[in-house]
Design a protein around this ligand. Structure first.
Ligand code: HEC
Length: 145
């Protein structure tokens, strides 16, 4: 009987340890998955720093000089609010932006998009967007309104 109790206790201990180890391993795997998920989309490589990828830096330079389309910028930076019209944002595709154009003119839309207005953040969070890119993004929204 005592032998049985001892065996049972040791089996329980082994099981317990296994659970603890499995939890620890899972936690480590979860942490790696989270780090992978929240890591920045891009990395900055300062010119002259040859420890980071020159080809990547060249690609960034090439892509920014080629310019991004209004659709690209809209999807990346504006759709989160304008897609559904949350916070009072003129909703994409339902004529709201055209109404704003009629009220404010393109200069007004540009000024409000660049400086921000109420819940609309400056440049709609596209901080590296040039004024031309903001304008082509607004134009894309108007064209599809
Ligand atoms: C965080 C949410 C949010 C994001 C992201 C956002 N907007 Fe807006 N936007 C708004 C809201 C809210 C308004 C309405 C502001 C008001 O008139 O009260 C608005 C209004 C505007 C207007 C109309 C301004 C006017 O004069 O009536 C333009 C143009 C505009 N946004 C462009 C953009 C562009 C371009 C982007 C992406 C580069 C963008 N927005 C991203 C929330 C957002």
């Amino acid at each position: 009987m005592n032998k049985f109790v001892a065996k049972a206790a040791s089996a329980l201990c082994t099981l317990g340890l296994g659970v603890v180890l499995a939890t620890a391993v899972n936690a480590a795997a979860d942490r790696d998955a989270i780090i992978e998920r929240i890591k920045p989309h891009g990395q900055i490589c300062v010119q002259g720093d040859d420890t980071c990828g020159t080809p990547a830096a060249a690609a960034v330079a090439a892509s920014s000089s080629a310019g991004r389309s209004g659709a690209d910028i809209y999807n990346r930076s504006c759709a989160a609010c304008h897609g559904s019209g949350i916070l009072g944002a003129p909703k994409f595709g339902d004529g709201a932006m055209t109404a704003r154009l009629n009220d404010h003119g393109m200069d007004g839309l540009m000024a409000n998009a660049i400086n921000g207005i109420n819940a609309m953040p400056p440049k709609g969070t596209c901080n590296d967007c040039s004024d031309d890119e903001i304008q082509s993004t607004i134009q894309y929204m108007l064209d599809n309104d």
